[in-house]
Ligand binder design. Structure first.
Ligand code: 3PG
Length: 390
């Protein structure tokens, strides 16, 4: 694909598809602005090179074709203005044309207010493409969606290229997955095997060690006939879990299974935490974290890794008494010399709780897009840029 930083944008109308879908609290205040900050290099490149800049993003999931004040990008325009140190004008009606001068930044109101955005309607996409001379996709977080601003506009715009964030994400994730330094270790954790089965299968073919955690680990333990008490698990997927374990073993790789765990009797912030060997898990126990020995064993694996891919906390780290395992693994990743990549909402929350952001080699801004990349799926917003460059 073409890259924004190779384009001459002086006096041109540049439209950047960004992902400003940031978390907000009940009063609509932005609680976390990583995605806005991560978009600054592309925006600044355009402004430093005298472009007339239009930014487009979705925000939440509004009813198609309807304006919804609660999903307005107004708070984002304000925050972006602060970060850039210049005014960012929010434009409510923009599909049929906007006035923008070189050096100006306009934020186009939530693109999902337009009928046809989600379905990638060609007429809408053509109108969006007509707003610009150069279309830039810098929205890795939305790259798994084929929508009018992520796909159709790229198809019809005079020039379509990748912004620096999208390019950096693809470079980092691509390097980790296609030419990993060995040993390669993945941590795939979370409540359900079912939502991560494709990732587990795809990584099981690549990595040397597949560390599982949370409800996923419980299902893997059940697959080996280990006691898991009342823990969250998907008993209909134990067969799939067993196949992954067997296939990895057959090629000299491994799924390290916890030898000890931290259990509680109820899912609650005040639940009492007890460490025990897996063999001692009682019928009324619920596993909420890996135990100290397991954490130490896994930390040793991470310490020797050449590449680490991290998605998902290994315990209920929101409750401190069940957060030690996640914290120890986070520290092990931080201290490891491996090239480490991390992504996904819960993972980002753990990274920020344990304050290791600066020690992870690359933190993805993608949630669903990061997962689909790990699954080995083609991201439609990237595919169209590749087609346009061919
Ligand atoms: C995300 O937050 O994962 C992206 O912005 C995509 O949002 P969506 O799932 O509503 O398409």
């Amino acid at each position: 694909f073409l890259r924004l930083t190779d384009q001459n944008v002086s006096n041109k109308r540049v439209l950047i598809r960004v992902d400003f879908n940031v978390p907000v609290d009940a009063n609509g205040n932005i609680t976390e602005d990583t995605r806005i900050r991560a978009s600054l290099p592309g925006i600044e490149y355009c402004l430093n090179n005298n472009a007339a800049l239009l930014l487009t993003s979705h925000f939440g999931r509004p009813t198609e074709g309807e304006y919804d004040e609660r999903l307005s990008l107004a708070p984002v325009a304000a925050r972006l203005g602060e970060l850039l140190g210049r005014p960012v004008r929010l434009v409510k009606d923009w599909v049929n044309g906007v006035d923008v001068k070189a050096g100006e930044v306009l934020l186009l109101e939530n693109c999902r207010f337009n009928k046809g955005e989600k379905k990638n309607n060609p007429e809408l996409a053509q109108k969006i493409a007509a707003l610009c001379d150069v279309y830039v996709n810098d929205a890795f977080g939305t790259a798994h969606r084929a929508e009018a601003t992520t796909h159709g506009a790229a198809q019809y715009a005079p020039v379509a290229c990748a912004g620096p964030l999208l390019a950096a994400e693809l470079d980092a994730l691509g390097a980790a997955l296609s030419a990993p330094k060995r040993p390669m270790v993945a941590i795939v954790a979370g409540s359900k095997v079912s939502t991560k089965l494709t990732i587990l299968n795809s990584l099981a073919d690549k990595v040397d060690q597949l560390i599982v955690g949370g409800g996923i680990a419980n299902t893997f333990m059940a697959a080996l006939g280990l006691p898991i008490g009342k823990s969250l698990a998907e008993h209909d997927l134990v067969g799939e879990a067993k196949t992954i374990i067997d296939n990895m073993k057959a090629r000299g790789a491994a799924v390290p299974i916890p030898s000890d765990v931290v259990v509680g009797k109820e899912f609650s912030p005040t639940a009492y935490a007890t460490s025990k060997k897996v063999a001692d898990v009682a019928a009324d126990d619920m596993i909420f974290d890996i135990g100290p020995n397991t954490a130490e064993e896994l930390a040793a694996i991470l310490d020797k890794a050449g590449t680490i891919v991290w998605n998902g906390p290994v315990g209920v780290f929101e409750f401190d008494q069940f957060g030690k395992g996640t914290e120890l693994l986070a520290m092990a990743i931080a201290n490891s010399k491996a090239f480490s990549i991390a992504g996904g909402g819960d993972t980002l929350a753990a990274i920020s709780k344990y304050n290791i952001g600066d020690q992870v080699s690359y933190i993805s801004t993608g949630g669903g897009a990061f997962l689909e990349f790990l699954e080995g799926k083609t991201l439609p917003a990237v595919e169209i840029l590749q087609q346009r460059a061919a």
